[in-house]
Design a protein around this ligand. Structure first.
Ligand code: NAD
Length: 250
């Protein structure tokens, strides 16, 4: 059980982050939510999970610092907030590159550096970063995303080594395609970049990568996060766990 543990999940008002928050809460953790969305819906989520919510924008250093201040000392830090943009490199908007590196990579640096002192003091902590199959392999038209996800893999391994003797573990979870608003949002641009229909993008681009021919379910990622938080996972550190229907095996 994770009762008595305080868990911060970034980007947890939607998709994978919400599923991880639900799974940790079901194990008894006290959850702090983060992310954008409709106020009434967020209030309902807080009620459902007995959670609190900090709506800080993690694209900025100030936002990250405010989040960590308002969340207080956490035992479990899940760096999950992320975004995608699909474009050929020669047209890739410079502001999108900066935004993706800021949210997908630099935010985890800020939250981690601020969470580690309390974890070290307690002699226990779990840092889990939602990376991606794109932290291990690439697809075209996702230069910023793939760079950010390869970056978070290297960052996580470094933190794991630095904290190896402190009782704090750091790992990545690397999903393949999971049906969330992030995936839905990239379909129109992928149709444009590759000249395909929506159905062709889903079957010939997305699911073509996954030998199972199925989208990964958010709740399956929640279950993996719960395992990594257990005492039995104390020797799992610096790992990058695929949950991608076999994608990166091929
Ligand atoms: P999503 O769009 O459903 O959720 C993103 C969450 O991040 C939301 O809660 C949103 O409010 C929050 N967010 C967005 N911008 C933010 C900001 N500036 N500051 C704070 N919060 C912000 O996306 P998802 O698919 O659940 O993705 C979550 C993570 O999983 C991302 O890091 C993504 O790269 C990764 N991932 C997703 C897939 C997939 O197939 N969906 C696959 C591999 C990895």
């Amino acid at each position: 059980s994770l009762s008595g543990k305080r868990a911060l999940v970034t980007g947890s008002t939607s998709g994978i982050g919400l599923a991880i928050a639900r799974a940790l809460s079901a194990e008894g953790a006290q959850v702090v939510l983060n992310g954008f969305g409709d106020e009434a819906e967020i209030a309902a989520l807080c009620e459902e999970l007995g959670a609190t919510h900090v709506g800080a924008d993690l694209m900025t250093q100030e936002g990250c610092e405010r989040l960590m201040e308002e969340a207080g000392a956490v035992d479990i830090l899940i760096n999950n907030a992320g975004m995608q943009f699909v474009s050929p490199i020669e047209d890739f908007p410079v502001d999108k590159w900066s935004a993706i590196i800021a949210l997908n990579l630099t935010a985890a640096f800020h939250t981690t550096r601020l969470a580690v002192p309390a974890m070290k003091e307690k002699g226990w902590g779990r840092i889990i970063n939602t990376a991606s199959a794109h932290s291990k392999t690439a697809s075209p038209f996702k230069s910023a995303y793939n760079a950010s996800k390869h970056g978070i893999d290297g960052f996580t391994k470094t933190v794991a080594l630095e904290l190896a003797q402190t009782g704090v573990t750091a790992n990545c979870i690397s999903p393949g395609y999971v049906w969330t608003p992030l995936i839905e949002g990239q379909i129109p641009d992928t149709m444009k970049a590759r000249g395909l229909s929506e159905k062709e993008v889903i079957n010939d681009v997305l699911l073509a990568k996954q030998p199972t021919k199925k989208f990964v379910q958010p709740a399956e990622i929640g279950a993996l996060a719960v395992f990594l938080c257990r005492e039995e996972a104390g020797n799992v550190t610096g790992a990058n766990w695929s949950i991608d229907g076999g994608w990166t095996a091929g």
